[in-house]
Design a protein around this ligand. Structure first.
Ligand SMILES: Nc1ncnc2c1ncn2[C@@H]1O[C@H](COP(=O)(O)OP(=O)(O)O)[C@@H](O)[C@H]1O
Ligand code: SF4
Ligand SMILES: [Mg+2]
Length: 314
């Protein structure tokens, strides 16, 4: 079993003399064989965290571990033996392909980088394309000649080329037509089942996460505010932010649907340039109390084994 561990990750960006705390102290563990859903509004730091998880970006503080080894070497680059074990699937499949190179070239690239191309590599590429449900003939086409769904399949084939243990999928279906989303999700589920992959599935779409994740982590303004088993979280969310997400999701059930009006999110998503003091959710929280304005709630475990950062979780 491979375990990816993110430990106290911080990532800040400077812009116009101000600092954005895009990721502000995140711990997350993902093992092969499980799907962890990372949910939260746009701008909460999901992509930044995904890029750090695969070594495409370096944290300002904290570290990423694969089993008992740091992902990044002392020079800040990913060790070759580690690189192959964890791969990223991007939201924007079009943007992730070079328009001047064929699909076959793109899928073969990781193999040639790692010196694993056999001959011209066409047989390897054909096998990879078949695994993701694409006709091998597509390898000679350029990216613009594929549909969005085909291109996302090709990007998954490229991610699988080095036989990784873990896939980080950053909103892999968000830019696809609704009609092909289910197909790509099913493909990811099949790969997860057949290969025993670990998948970090990043999404702002609760419905999707709810359908496929084994565990869920809810992110708000650079922090994880609640995490736990998929069923438990949606059966009884403890954090007011998670309750708002649950209530605003069309497939919300039971009392979360009834309490929809009261729980719907108030106000604009805040900015990582100005994280509120105390509980970072307090300006939007429907049950805020005085203490929330000054005391930052730490993540703590409440029954049944849910981690939550809220003073009033009980
Ligand atoms: N390279 C960058 N330079 C400056 N700010 C950035 C950069 N990347 C992300 N940010 C900021 O960090 C925050 C989190 O962004 P992101 O990780 O893309 O969130 P999400 O994927 O959840 O929408 C946003 O406010 C975004 O503007
Ligand atoms: S700590 Fe206070 S402001 Fe934050 S979510 Fe809990 S009740 Fe709301
Ligand atoms: Mg994003």
């Amino acid at each position: 079993m491979t375990v990816l561990g993110l430990r106290d990750i911080h990532r800040r960006f400077e812009s116009g003399g101000q600092i954005a705390r895009a990721v502000d102290g995140v711990d997350l563990v993902l093992s092969t064989g499980e799907i962890v859903g990372l949910v939260g509004e746009s701008g909460c730091g999901k992509t930044t965290l995904s890029r750090i998880a695969v070594g495409l970006d370096q944290p300002d503080e904290g570290a990423v571990w694969l089993d008992d080894q740091p992902l990044l070497g002392s020079d800040g680059s990913v060790a070759r033996s580690q690189r192959r074990r964890i791969q990223l699937v991007f939201q924007d499949a079009y943007g992730s392909f070079n328009p001047r190179r064929t699909i076959g070239d793109a899928v073969a690239m990781p193999l040639s980088r790692h010196g694993e191309l056999q001959g011209d590599g066409r047989r390897q590429v054909a096998a990879l394309l078949e695994q993701v449900g694409l006709e091998p003939e597509l390898m000679d086409r350029h990216p613009h000649r594929l549909s969005g769904g085909q291109l996302q399949r090709a990007s998954i084939a490229r991610a699988l080329a080095l036989d990784p243990d873990i896939l980080v999928c950053d909103e892999p279906v968000a830019s696809l037509d609704v009609s092909v989303r289910a197909q790509i999700l099913n493909l990811l589920m099949d790969l997860w089942r057949d290969r025993g992959l670990g998948i970090l599935f990043v999404s702002h779409d609760l419905g999707v996460v709810r359908r496929i994740a084994s565990r869920v982590a809810v992110m708000y303004l650079g922090r994880i505010v609640e995490s736990g088993d998929n069923e438990s979280i949606w059966a009884s969310p403890r954090h007011p932010y998670t309750r708002s997400l649950a209530a605003s999701n069309p497939s919300a059930t039971g009392r979360w649907r009834e309490s929809r009006d009261r729980s719907l999110l108030q106000g604009e998503p805040p900015s990582p340039f100005e994280i509120p003091p105390g509980c970072r959710f307090h300006p939007r929280c429907p049950i805020v109390v005085d203490r929330c304005r000054t005391e930052d709630p730490a993540l703590r475990v409440v029954p049944p084994e849910i981690e939550v950062a809220c003073h009033l979780a009980e």
